[in-house]
Design a protein around this ligand. Structure first.
Ligand code: ATP
Length: 249
């Protein structure tokens, strides 16, 4: 069996007549931390949109564990196991951190499921999953606090936790450290690095320190294409990458 969790073959996305992605071949290994970097406008967000089904591929193929999901709806991709981290805005602010995670473990967003869930008993596996994720996030001390009262850094960790709780095959994180202070960045860095031991994580990140420190593999994008894909040391020393970043690496 292949150890590739997520793969694209010649993936292209067009916005009107503009090629936002062209011929992208991405290969994300199971249980690894894989980052996507590149200058503004490189196509990183478009890549995530294409993987989650938010935008349609205009050419090429997307495979999840060898299964062609190129034409699958965004909902089907979630069911098949492609999880994009929730945004702070999609947490239910009045529910506790633990309650938010229980909803995610049930495969529901808080907004969809608030009322039915409150009336129904959560199953033991859901309760166990929520507690396991809380431990993983190191947020046991605020498990009963309302999500809306958590610090920004704690909320961002909870976003990642919501993705984990849904038992995904691949977790997509979009700039998980953006807007964070140094302490919160450290916490997120540790969380993502540890997640890579038993989860497959693909993340977009601008902070080169983090990217170089915790990635098993880095994909560098530029002008909608893959410039290079490889381990940090290889990427750092690549002349084309250095040129694309004008030495800022
Ligand atoms: P950033 O780091 O600034 O977020 P990015 O690497 O995520 O950039 P994208 O947001 O994927 O890049 O954008 C890639 C290109 O596609 C850019 O030139 C952008 O202007 C263009 N683009 C993005 N969304 C659309 C759209 N809906 N319609 C037309 N062009 C778009």
């Amino acid at each position: 069996m292949s150890d590739i969790a997520l793969q694209t073959h010649g993936l292209g996305v067009r916005y009107g007549t503009f090629d936002a992605l062209s011929d992208v071949n991405l290969s994300v290994r199971c249980n690894s931390v894989h980052s996507i970097i590149g200058p503004n406008g490189a196509g990183k967000t478009t890549m995530f949109h294409a993987l989650t089904g938010t935008v349609a591929a205009s050419s090429g193929r997307i495979e999840l564990e060898g299964r062609d999901v190129t034409r699958a709806s965004d909902d089907d991709r979630v069911r098949l196991g492609i999880a994009r981290s929730f945004q702070v805005t999609s947490l239910f602010p009045e529910l506790s951190l633990r309650e938010n995670l229980r909803l995610a473990a049930q495969g529901r967003t808080p907004w969809q499921a608030l009322i039915p869930w409150r009336r129904a008993e959560a199953s033991k596996s859901v309760l166990d999953m929520a507690d396991a994720v809380i431990e993983r996030l190191s947020l046991g001390h605020v498990a009963t606090r309302a999500a809306g009262e958590l610090s920004h850094g704690q909320q961002r960790r909870l976003e990642v936790g919501m993705a984990i709780a849904a038992r995904p095959r691949v977790i997509l994180l979009d700039e998980p450290t953006s807007g964070m202070g140094i302490d919160d960045i450290e916490g997120m860095k540790t969380l993502i690095r540890d997640l890579g031991r038993d989860h497959t994580v693909l993340f977009i990140e601008h902070n080169m320190g983090i990217v170089m420190n915790i990635s098993d593999t880095i994909t560098v994008m530029r002008l909608g294409r893959t410039l290079v894909e490889g381990p940090p040391a290889e990427v750092r020393d690549n002349p084309e990458v250095k040129a694309a970043y004008l030495g800022n690496m």
